[in-house]
Ligand binder design. Sequence first.
Ligand SMILES: NC(=O)c1ccc[n+]([C@@H]2O[C@H](COP(=O)([O-])OP(=O)(O)OC[C@H]3O[C@@H](n4cnc5c(N)ncnc54)[C@H](OP(=O)(O)O)[C@@H]3O)[C@@H](O)[C@H]2O)c1
Length: 289
Amino acid sequence: MRIAIIGAGNVGAALAVLFKAAGHQLTGIASLSLSSAAAAAQRVNVAHGTDLLAFTKQAEVIFLTTPDRVIVEVCEQIVSQNGFSAGAIVAHTSGAHSSTILESAAQNGAYPLSFHPLQTFANPDAGIQNLPGSYITVEGHEKALPIARQLVEELGCKLLEIPTASKPLYHAAACIACNYFTTLVEEALQVMEAAGVCRDDGLPALYPLIEGTLKNIKRVGPTRALTGPIARGDASTVKIHLSALEKKLPELMPFYKFLGLATVDLATAKGTLANLERQKLQEYLGGDV
Ligand SMILES: NC(=O)c1ccc[n+]([C@@H]2O[C@H](COP(=O)([O-])OP(=O)(O)OC[C@H]3O[C@@H](n4cnc5c(N)ncnc54)[C@H](OP(=O)(O)O)[C@@H]3O)[C@@H](O)[C@H]2O)c1
């Protein structure tokens, strides 16, 4: 297939490499700045530039891999100059937005698609490495879906199809799993630092624990993977944590308590928490008893 990339950032540059490796022909890569377009194009040896319409007309699939906030205006700009061919597929890779934000493409006879790689692209190389084997979530025009399924397979990825209206909630789930998990690790490191363990030692020390936890979650799911004082009903241990935090990091108490209460619910679902201990935990963590 002939594919154009508009927006030569982390996702655009990675997809360009992966699509080329899958045997597709890139018509070109356009971006806001010439330097980004050139850097991405150099990876795949294709034409590049800042003219957003230079490579769209001859493409069968056009990926708008710009930041979410400009997808609508970039699409409308191309549509207004009749830049998409009739029958082409216009795709964005946003997680939160649905294909409906590309509805203007219909004026050129093109079909909108959302094609969200459920993976984190910290930079193009990380994306190229991590994407194969990941899920890609697609929804959009029925004429676009067969091609989307084919592209997912050719990228070595797994397909997840969701209803158009589900995209915001679906993306909230992805953010909790990825971004908020990252924040969680950062908070744990801050607590380690308060305990006198510097960051350089703290992260390598916590990492095997994190990996072990992830493996358990993969194997048996989060409920059965839950261990620790709340799962065991050791309310007195949680009390010790709270008084230590209050002395050294009082600003982290709401964070600890909020997640602690959610963990009490998970332990209750696991069935390992006696009623009395659950009441004590809820009292210490500030929830309803
Ligand atoms: N990063 C992730 O982990 C990830 C994961 C899944 C999905 N996504 C989605 O993928 C899309 C791209 O994200 P990203 O992380 O790759 O963003 P990014 O690294 O910031 O790249 C966006 C690119 O779009 C270019 N751009 C900005 N405005 C433009 C315009 N008006 N016209 C043409 N190009 C323009 C940027 O400009 P320059 O030319 O100035 O560089 C930049 O190269 C977003 O919809 C995002 O939600 C991201």
